[in-house]
Design a protein around this ligand. Sequence first.
Ligand SMILES: NC(=O)C1=CN([C@@H]2O[C@H](COP(=O)(O)OP(=O)(O)OC[C@H]3O[C@@H](n4cnc5c(N)ncnc54)[C@H](O)[C@@H]3O)[C@@H](O)[C@H]2O)C=CC1
Ligand SMILES: Nc1nc(O)c(N)c(N[C@@H]2O[C@H](COP(=O)(O)O)[C@@H](O)[C@H]2O)n1
Length: 210
Amino acid sequence: MHVVVNAAMSADGKLSSRQREQVAISGADDFDRVDDLRVESDAIVVGVGTVLADDPSLTADEGVNPVRVVADSKARTPLDARVLDDRADTLVFVAESAPNRNVRALREAGADVVVAGNGRVALGQAFSELESRGTKRVMVEGGGELIFSLFDGGLVDELRLYVGSVVIGGRDAPTLADGDGFVERRSFPDLDLDSVERVDDGVLLRYLVS
Ligand SMILES: NC(=O)C1=CN([C@@H]2O[C@H](COP(=O)(O)OP(=O)(O)OC[C@H]3O[C@@H](n4cnc5c(N)ncnc54)[C@H](O)[C@@H]3O)[C@@H](O)[C@H]2O)C=CC1
Ligand SMILES: Nc1nc(O)c(N)c(N[C@@H]2O[C@H](COP(=O)(O)O)[C@@H](O)[C@H]2O)n1
């Protein structure tokens, strides 16, 4: 299974403002590229923080939509979230401790709910489950907490990063990889820069994870 993390950040490394609402960092051409990447993928994965902040549909304007996957330890996905609409299938990974009531309600809303891990979704287990269902290409669309955990778990093969020509600032604004952060130099995931391309008024960087 090949896992691509795709994100857009400001020149100062922020995914959004400190208010954690959706900010359009990408321009039109980059959003078209993201749409193409969605259609080329078998699954699009986000953390529930992104669902709560952005309410994304995670569908493409044209083509067959991949399955939408939410890492949602406590089953907090709102029942009126766009990821639960009927434009594509939705799989929600929850932890064993997720309230039964929430899990039941998500199932009634049409989601396939799978338990993986205690306390927090065990991402290695969740990705193995995706692979066992025939998933070959995974696109991760954020946010920073989930992306950090995926790097921490050695689960990322490729990073496509759009750097927009804007400064957002804010010590509490989300960045590409939040979580606890790495401390030891030897634990920092190393990246190989594969290509650099100007897109809109920003830069698209493509890295392979060593
Ligand atoms: N510019 C961009 O490309 C994007 C920006 N965003 C922005 O990012 C922010 C949302 O990001 P975050 O708050 O970091 O939320 P997130 O989307 O990373 O979700 C984090 C949540 O996922 C759940 N989760 C379950 N298992 C987990 C695990 N093993 N590790 C980590 N999380 C796990 C937890 O409930 C956790 O609170 C919003 O401001 C949104 O606008 C989100 C996606 C893309
Ligand atoms: N590629 C990209 N560029 C930006 O500027 C962004 N703010 C994001 N955010 C991500 O796109 C999702 C929106 O999805 P829908 O188009 O509503 O389906 C959002 O949730 C982030 O994952 N991405």
